[in-house]
Write a protein that binds this ligand. Structure first.
Ligand SMILES: [Zn+2]
Length: 217
């Protein structure tokens, strides 16, 4: 589907969803130093062709301006004339959409997600055992055990992509970048938000649990 054939109201809805999530996450301090990025997909999807709205690079996410978002295609190229640059990490969104067909992807940096990604780097995943909030990821087994994948972090974003391709797990709607942050996704903005909240709860849980048990060893 070409970008021109996507209904205006669908494009406006994507911007409105991003605005709501941006406001909420920023009130939680989840965008320190203009970091983090958010995207919502619009129109029809195939792994080879899709479009999404994404936060522009380097903007203060605590305020709303006419320069906050733009639309890009499956290669991260702007869909229409704009002076805005998509977020530097747009290519990671492109790859996650290509692999999952998700409807929204949110990325934040937090102290907890950064610390656990380094603490468990040797095993390349963060283990979580039987914590209730695993259900927030739509995993309903009793006493579920999950391993949240961690990939390398490079300043050169294209170098991160092959590990995302290789390590993304279909039943875990998130992936950590080492000492960097979490990408979480869902069928729509509502679900992606639920997932990122569940992940952040689990990271804080794991961090505190490890700290508590260290003192007892
Ligand atoms: Zn980032």
């Amino acid at each position: 589907m070409s970008f021109d054939r996507i209904a205006l109201e669908d494009k406006q809805k994507a911007f409105a969803d991003l605005r709501d999530v941006k406001e909420l996450f920023s009130s939680r301090g989840w965008f320190p130093g203009t970091s983090g990025n958010l995207s919502v997909r619009v129109g029809d999807y195939s792994p080879e062709q899709f479009q999404f709205a994404i936060t522009a690079s380097g903007k203060d996410k605590t305020v709303h301006t006419p320069e906050d978002y733009l639309f890009v295609d499956q290669d991260g190229k702007p869909c229409e004339t704009t002076r805005l640059k998509p977020s530097a990490e747009t290519l990671i969104h492109c790859e996650i959409y290509r692999l999952t067909g998700a409807g929204a992807i949110f990325h934040i940096h937090s102290v907890y997600n950064s610390i656990v990604s380094e603490y468990f780097w040797d095993r390349k995943s963060v283990p979580v055992d039987g914590v209730e909030l695993i259900k927030g990821l739509n995993i309903w087994e009793e006493e579920a055990h999950i391993d949240i994948p961690i990939v390398s972090n490079f300043a050169h974003i294209p170098s991160i992509i092959p590990e995302v391709t290789e390590r993304l797990v279909s039943h875990i709607p998130g992936i950590l970048l080492r000492k960097h942050g979490i990408y979480a996704w869902g069928a729509n903005a509502f679900e992606a938000k639920r997932h990122i909240e569940a992940f952040e709860f689990l990271f804080e849980y794991v961090y505190r649990w490890e700290l508590l048990n260290k003192g007892n060893r």
